[in-house]
Design a protein around this ligand. Structure first.
Ligand code: NAD
Ligand code: MG
Length: 400
């Protein structure tokens, strides 16, 4: 479990302690919300130490100035010169590439890492942060989809706590404290149903990127927004829950709940169901990952009980949204299957957004590549990374 408090904090001269935070993917949706929470959460001494981005060097430099970060890492080295010019005269260390990202998470003045990188690209930095013994606020679910067993095993051995940022998993993390681990019967992950809840196959066949990017309850980055429209996001979350909470696949259920107020539930052996509620806003789970094991006052909106409202629940439509079934299939199969599904999906979503693949081709291409991959029941990390690259190449072949 948790590293002890002295490991998590740095003593200041006056005896007060400050905790250093690095935000990976700080220019994205989760990253920007995290910096917003850091600027407004009450009564906790959190200091931004590191920030990272793929290519948005201008926003990264503005964030570094605004937060007083000590180091930044830019993946796209072609813009390093511009970033250096923008930060000239300031004492900000400028790092680049995967090595730079690893240096950023390993820094001695940094105790907590928020992983807001999108996709499998977050795997290496998350592992480096775990190896360095940092507390992880995990938003980057794809890391657990690709290599959940390896990642969580390393975290356990290193005594590292992984606090989920994903709203459903944050809800489960909170609800789990209502009973003993051995008393958990199952978890119920809620899903908004996405923008095409109730849609027919005919309707889904003509979905455009613009329509799919218009999510009813959540404002998020483009990849997860498309995943939410296909329900692949829920598939990835089932896999994420399996590894985060050490559950069997048959202990994880999905229910569609369009209002996105109940973020998920835990059912205990006696039949009691414990839920976590709050208005749909990522700042709350982000804040919990920043302050855990404490709770603080913060910027998240509150439930308004002064007006009547209803909450609805319905089973997911597994026929029209086959991605969810693919998630259950790969988690039951295990081994290389989840990594192949994740890579095929990442590549397919990129192509759908670029207008070169249709909406319903996303589950089709994932199905096809899963069916002819060279399955390995006990893959090493290297094997998972290699099969991820293979699956992406196969999508290119399938689509051409
Ligand atoms: P986003 O696209 O808005 O931001 C992604 C960030 O990662 C950016 O800062 C980008 O510069 C960086 N990045 C992209 N590719 C990279 C690469 N190859 N190497 C290093 N950095 C790279 O995405 P997001 O919506 O903020 O999602 C981030 C992660 O959080 C995803 O795994 C997503 O599933 C998860 N998540 C997001 C939300 C949400 O509300 N946005 C909710 C739950 C979980
Ligand atoms: Mg979620």
């Amino acid at each position: 479990m948790a590293s002890n408090r002295s490991e998590l904090t740095e003593e200041l001269a006056d005896g007060e302690s400050v905790e250093g935070v690095a935000v990976l993917g700080s220019t994205g949706s989760i990253g920007r919300s995290t910096l917003g929470v850091l600027a407004s959460v009450a009564g906790k001494n959190l200091a931004v130490r590191g920030l990272s981005a793929a290519g948005s060097w201008q926003l990264l430099s503005e964030q570094a100035v605004a937060t007083g970060a000590r180091r930044v890492a830019l993946m796209d080295s072609s813009n390093l010169g511009s970033l250096r010019d923008a930060l000239a005269g300031r004492s900000v260390e400028i790092l680049s590439g995967q090595d730079g990202l690893v240096r950023l998470v390993e820094a001695d003045d940094t105790q907590r890492i928020i992983t807001g990188i999108v996709g499998r690209a977050g795997l290496e930095s998350t592992l480096a942060a775990i190896d360095a013994g940092k507390l992880i606020g995990l938003a980057n679910k794809e890391t657990l989809v690709v290599a959940g067993e390896i990642v969580m095993d390393r975290a356990r051995r290193r005594g590292v706590t992984v606090v989920p940022v994903d709203s459903e998993h944050s809800a489960v993390f909170q609800a789990l404290s209502a009973g003993r681990r051995s008393e958990v019967k199952r978890v119920i992950l809620t899903s908004s149903g996405g923008p095409f809840r109730g849609a027919t196959k005919e309707r889904l066949a003509s979905v455009t990127p613009e329509e799919a990017l218009n999510h009813p309850t959540w404002k998020m980055g483009p990849k997860i927004t498309i995943d939410s429209a296909t329900l692949m996001n829920k598939a990835l979350e089932v896999i994420e829950a399996r590894w985060l909470f050490d559950l069997r696949p048959d202990q994880i259920e999905v229910v569609v709940h369009p209002e996105s107020v109940i973020h998920s539930m835990v059912e205990f052996v006696d039949g009691s169901v414990v839920a976590q509620l709050s208005p749909p806003d990522m700042r709350l789970p982000i804040q919990l990952a920043l302050t855990w094991p404490e709770r603080r006052d913060g910027p998240s909106p509150r439930m308004d009980w002064s007006k009547a409202f209803a909450l609805r629940f319905e089973p997911p439509d597994m026929d029209n949204f086959p991605c969810l079934g693919l998630g259950y299939e790969v988690i039951t199969r295990g081994g290389t299957a989840p990594a192949v599904l994740n890579a095929a999906n990442e590549e397919a979503v990129g192509r759908f957004l670029a207008g070169t693949l249709r909406f319903l081709d996303i589950p089709r291409v994932c199905r096809a590549i899963l069916d002819h991959h060279d399955f390995d029941a006990h893959p090493t990390l290297d094997r998972l990374v290699a099969i991820d690259a293979w699956a992406r190449r196969e999508v290119v072949r399938w689509a051409s």
